[in-house]
Design a protein around this ligand. Structure first.
Ligand code: NDP
Length: 290
């Protein structure tokens, strides 16, 4: 392997330490305790694990952290009523509705019901608009984490050709907006793109957010490129792999994120960052360095 390994676990630990210091500072100086609330509807096993991790890590950073658990039979009106109650609760600065929601609940309607200033997942249309416009909104966590990892390898990405493979609302599109805001020249590829290997070979920065195990081969990577692999896929043997064939790509890339231990740990770290940012803005306080 010749590529530099970009360590997501370490970067997340460092970010969490800055968040904990910011939380302690807000308490000491202003008596503000950032509060994160997660809403879980139903019994999806993976969602239960994610919600428990979010609750635990928010507490570890010194925040108020609560979870509201509704049964799988909850109606759309019940979920919306809970969201409205949390919107009105001044002790709650960040609300995250864990996806997926049961079929009878319209996820987009629930997201749009959130107070955009408490939407720490950054999925509300107002936050999408801010992301593509003048900024100042809450930025989706996985794309934000991907950018923090990119900055570990490239201090100034301006002018670089960035290729994003994937155009989902959760990863591909927001990460493309962030790369554009960082003055990269951005190409967004997807399932209908022609000559994907050729497009990828033109990338100084390659972001993979496809959801297909090891689809991006070493021969698709430009020598020296920075590769950020957002994919998390479980193989038939139960192994976790990314969207990039790591062993091959690491021979060619300049820097690369592993899976696991790359983008994955950054997602909750950025959720905690967003909660501090939301709390500061709601109280009209400057956001500390995070
Ligand atoms: P989606 O399924 O929503 O989007 C996948 C995207 O990849 C689509 O835009 C699709 O194109 C594109 N695509 C699919 N197949 C191909 C192909 N053969 N060639 C080119 N493009 C293709 O996935 P997400 O964005 O939600 O997630 C992507 C990956 O990131 C997954 O592995 C997921 O597990 C992981 N993930 C990781 C997170 C983390 O915390 N690290 C958080 C969120 C996601 P089209 O639009 O044309 O259909």
């Amino acid at each position: 392997m010749s590529a530099k390994l970009i360590d997501g676990k370490q970067t997340a630990r460092e970010s969490n330490a800055r968040v904990a210091a910011a939380v302690a500072g807000l308490k000491a100086s202003h008596g503000i305790v950032p509060g994160l609330t997660v809403v879980l509807v139903g019994e999806d096993p993976a969602s239960k694990v994610y919600v428990a991790s979010k609750e635990r890590e928010a507490k570890a950073a010194g925040m108020n952290s609560t979870a509201h658990r509704l049964p799988a039979t909850a109606t759309q009106d019940e979920v919306l009523a809970l969201v409205r109650r949390l919107n009105a609760d001044a002790s709650v600065h960040g609300i995250l509705v864990q996806l997926p929601l049961p079929r009878q609940v319209d996820a987009q309607a629930v997201i749009e019901a959130l107070d955009p200033d408490k939407d720490v997942d950054g999925f509300h249309t107002i936050n999408t608009g801010r992301l593509w416009g003048q900024g100042g909104g809450l930025v989706p966590c996985t794309p934000q984490g991907s950018m923090l990892l990119l900055r570990q390898a490239v201090e100034r990405p301006a002018g670089a050709h960035a290729v994003v493979v994937g155009r989902s609302m959760i990863v591909g599109k927001p990460v493309a907006a962030l790369l554009l805001a960082a003055d990269c020249t951005v190409t967004v590829a997807h399932s209908k793109s022609r000559d994907l290997p050729g497009i990828c070979r033109g990338a100084d920065i390659l972001i993979a957010a496809v959801g297909r195990p090891e689809m991006i081969r070493g021969g698709w990577v430009k020598p020296g490129a920075v590769v950020i692999d957002v994919g998390i896929n479980r193989t038939a043997e139960g192994k976790l792999v990314g969207d990039v064939a790591f062993a091959e790509a690491a021979q060619v890339a300049g820097a690369i994120t592993p899976v696991p231990g790359g983008v994955g740990p950054m997602t909750i770290a950025c959720l905690l960052r967003n909660t501090v940012i939301a709390a500061c803005r709601q109280h009209g306080k400057p956001v500390p360095a995070l």
